[in-house]
Design a protein around this ligand. Structure first.
Ligand code: SIN
Length: 291
């Protein structure tokens, strides 16, 4: 732990997550940022409420963590904010017949952001502009805890395995634009990653699963891969290893894609939910010097 009297992180009490209170992210100095960075490494997910960020403010805060990746390719609709290709829009709102963002109002299944790429983003920052009265909660799971919870025999079976992260479907179940859909994970677009991942900054090991659909454990017969994945996912999505966030407008949540997964509850399509997200590249700016 890295306590900091000026920027205390209050743990959620769940398996992961902490809240940073009484801070305006537009006006933090280097030492406050360092404390936030350390709290993020410790708690995996951070919540900061009551922010009033423009898109430029969101980009400026996110850039303190590293270079930004462009918004991911999605099903249709507007993929990013005009003039800001780094800001991915997550929304169910339709204007003049065009979806202003992605993922609609349905459930977004468990996933890690953009893990179908060879170099997925290390972090994502999601900022709530408009939220529904109910539903649309985001649930985070600790993949450190998931790995630690596996029985020894299962750990031994997967310790050196590689897993394919599918790039066909997004977490809303939509086929990404330009991709030819297939439900054979051996043929689908995607990237292989180690199934057990040592976090480059904390050194802790965690499961790195991506998405369940079209996942594939390299070298195994498909049925065996499916059975093993079924076992792993049962541990990884255990509710005791999760933290649920109910959104308010002005909430900013920052998560570490290297040691967490998340999913989103559905909500009423008649409600409006508009979120702006940045994704931070694994390369680029280093962590604070003394981390
Ligand atoms: C996402 O997967 O980045 C979106 C999560 C959400 O809509 O809460």
């Amino acid at each position: 732990m890295y306590p900091d009297v000026n920027v205390p992180a209050i743990p959620t009490g769940a398996a992961l997550g902490a809240e940073i209170r009484d801070v305006d992210l537009r006006a933090i100095d280097a030492s406050a940022f360092d404390a936030i960075y350390r709290a993020w490494l410790d708690h995996q997910v951070l919540l900061v409420r009551d922010q009033r960020l423009t898109d430029d403010d969101l980009i400026a805060f996110s850039r303190r963590f590293g270079d930004l990746d462009y918004a991911p390719v999605q099903e249709n609709g507007r993929r990013f904010v005009d003039g800001h290709p780094e800001i991915y829009v997550v929304s169910n709102v339709v204007e003049n017949g065009v979806a202003i963002g992605s993922l609609g109002s349905g459930e977004a299944v468990w996933h890690t952001d953009m893990s179908y790429l060879p170099n997925p983003p290390k972090a994502s920052v999601l900022y709530a502009l408009e939220v529904p009265a109910s539903g649309g909660d985001t649930i985070f799971g600790s993949m450190y805890s998931a790995w630690e919870s596996l029985p020894g025999a299962l750990k031994a079976r997967v310790a050196t395995a590689r897993i394919k992260h599918d790039g066909t479907y997004n977490s809303g179940g939509y086929v990404r634009e330009g991709v030819t859909p297939t439900d054979d994970p051996r043929e689908s677009e995607g990237a292989f990653h180690p199934l057990v991942y040592a976090h480059p900054e904390t050194g802790r090991e965690g499961l790195y699963l991506g998405r369940r659909r079209n996942a594939y454990i390299e070298g195994l017969p498909l049925a065996e891969s499916e059975a093993l994945l079924g076992e792993l996912w049962a541990f990884a999505t255990d509710e005791r290893l999760t933290w649920r966030h109910h959104w308010r407008a002005g909430d900013l949540v920052l998560w570490d894609n290297r040691c967490t997964m998340h999913r989103r509850d559905p909500f009423d399509q008649a409600d409006r939910r508009i979120m702006h997200r940045t994704q931070i590249s694994p390369s680029g700016r280093a962590a604070p010097s003394d981390v």
